[in-house]
Design a protein around this ligand. Structure first.
Ligand code: ADP
Ligand code: MG
Length: 483
């Protein structure tokens, strides 16, 4: 257990996350309006979303299916009976005066997420519930000097609110939780997980207590939209709360905001109580009753999820826990790897994908989906190494050229004359030339300075423009020097 050292002793940090994940769906939760990100303000608003009098919500089956898929992916209980409630509050971007949400009877109950921590260990975090609710619109304060505009494009968009148990103890665990949740949502196709576009955002609940003592009072930092900010907000809150408590003060249960410029959390409002919202079942919507058979049919279509895939990669390809974890972090990487590994040495394939390809994509700021080198072409490069057409050293240069030109390894090797020299006569000749050009070094070597072997190898490789087969050079040079 990692505790934080304060001035008066150790503190245990307690973290619970509420994640709002936008459901992948062409239409909103209760209307047929579209949900395309970045559209012209108020271009995706139906009369239902604008809360015109007499409009009635009609539930979107796709959104229900996505919530069930997600619940199944989180190994959670699916509640066949659930209820939509009105959560009443006034805000300019909420024309109805209430948000339709789920309160006492959510569609998904208890589940779990297994965290993959940087040191290779795992830890299970409980999911309390997942419920469906509508997103609100957006007030635009920066469009006019004295007016606020309202954009209702998001109003009514389906969100899944995924609530964790207060099971996390460090900012790193919170980050691992968000990464894993995002991976699962993306595998399932139920949320695109794009935090910059706001389709996944986190409310960060943090408290501190004396190790093992009763839970402390929490603060909730709302709508944090990057994993880095979540970590920073936790670190800031932990420090702030410990300082308040050690100074003899108390923590107020309140909602705070993360200031992305000053890197501090700021108080927004004191915590509202549930009864302030006057939740009650929405009289326009019947309770939702699902068939077990329908749920089973959805379960039958679930893809292999990250934890299972990781276990399979370790088993089938004999990869390390670390390599398997990196490769399954997203489905596209896992698919790419499997395409490269098919019929090839799986460890060599993993090395090339993780070290060379991911390294290159990182430098280029590209996603695996836009990789300039296809899995097929990377496989072709590996084949040339294995059949000794090129050395591993030359292969790295060929790979860089592939990134630039998009050409196949075989074409580049032909075009640029990079074929490995395996002709022993040619290599012998190069060795003779190098030894003849360095008589003093040769004498030193013979006198016992054995590390000059590396120097000779370097010179020979240089003379053959790196194309000599390294194993052959080694062998032939050894033989010659022993002679
Ligand atoms: P609300 O809707 O009022 O925010 P919920 O009970 O739905 O309350 O969610 C509370 C969130 O805060 C959950 O993620 C939970 O794990 C977390 N939480 C509850 N108590 C604490 C605590 N003492 N410290 C840290 N997190 C907490
Ligand atoms: Mg909350």
């Amino acid at each position: 257990m990692s505790y934080v050292q304060g001035a008066t002793g150790e503190w245990e940090v307690v973290i619970g996350l509420e994640v709002h994940a936008q459901v992948v769906s062409q239409a909103k939760l209760f209307s047929g309006a579209a949900t395309v990100f970045g559209s012209e303000p108020n271009s995706q608003v139906s009369l239902v979303d604008a809360a015109f009098p007499g409009m009635l919500p009609v539930i979107n089956r796709v959104c229900i299916e996505q919530a069930v898929r997600t619940g199944l992916g989180l190994k959670a209980q699916i509640n066949l009976f659930s209820v939509f409630d009105r959560k009443n509050y006034f805000y300019a971007d909420l024309p109805a005066g209430y948000q339709i949400s789920q309160f006492t009877q959510p569609i998904v109950g208890h589940g779990e997420i297994i965290l993959d921590l940087p040191d290779g260990s795992t830890r299970t975090v409980g999911i309390t519930r997942l419920h469906l609710e509508q997103d609100a619109g957006k007030s635009l304060h920066d469009q006019h000097p004295s007016k606020t505009y309202v954009d209702l494009n998001r109003a009514g968009v389906a969100l899944m609110e995924i609530v964790s148990e207060p099971d996390m103890r460090t900012a790193e665990e919170a980050a691992a939780y968000l990464r894993k949740l995002r991976a699962i949502l993306r595998y399932l196709g139920s949320c695109d997980g794009n935090m910059e576009e706001g389709s996944m955002r986190a409310d960060v609940n943090v408290s501190v207590r004396r190790p093992g003592g009763p839970l402390g009072t929490r603060t909730e930092t709302k709508n944090v939209n990057s994993i880095r900010y979540v970590q920073q907000a936790i670190e800031f809150e932990v420090e702030r709360q410990i300082e308040v408590l050690e100074g003899g003060g108390t923590i107020k249960q309140e909602t705070r905001l993360w200031d992305t410029v000053k890197h501090v959390t700021r108080s927004m409002r004191s915590k509202e109580e549930a009864h302030d919202y006057r939740y009650f079942p929405d009289p326009d919507l019947l309770p939702l009753q699902l068939d077990q058979g329908w749920v089973d049919a959805i379960a039958a279509t679930l893809p292999e999820l990250p934890d299972d895939k990781k276990a399979r990669f370790q088993e089938q390809y004999k990869l390390s826990l670390y390599d398997a974890g990196v490769l399954v972090a997203d489905q596209a990487s896992a698919d790419y790897y499997e395409a490269v590994a098919r019929g090839r040495d799986p460890k060599l394939a993993a090395n090339w994908v993780i070290v060379e390809l991911f390294g290159a994509l990182n430098r280029l700021g590209k996603d695996i989906a836009d990789s300039p080198v296809s899995a097929d072409k990377l496989g072709g490069l590996i084949d040339l190494i294995v059949d000794n057409t090129i050395s591993g050293r030359i292969a790295k240069d060929v790979f860089l050229a592939m990134l630039e030109t998009g050409k196949s390894a075989a074409d580049l090797v032909e075009e640029r004359g990079l074929r490995q020299v395996t002709d022993t006569g040619a290599i012998d000749q190069a060795i003779d030339q190098v030894l003849a050009a360095n008589p003093d070094k040769l004498a030193e070597y013979k006198a016992g300075k054995e590390k000059l072997f590396g120097f000779f190898i370097g010179q020979i490789m240089k003379m053959t423009q790196g194309k000599a087969n390294p194993a052959l050079v080694n062998e032939l040079l050894t033989r010659k020097l022993q002679a």
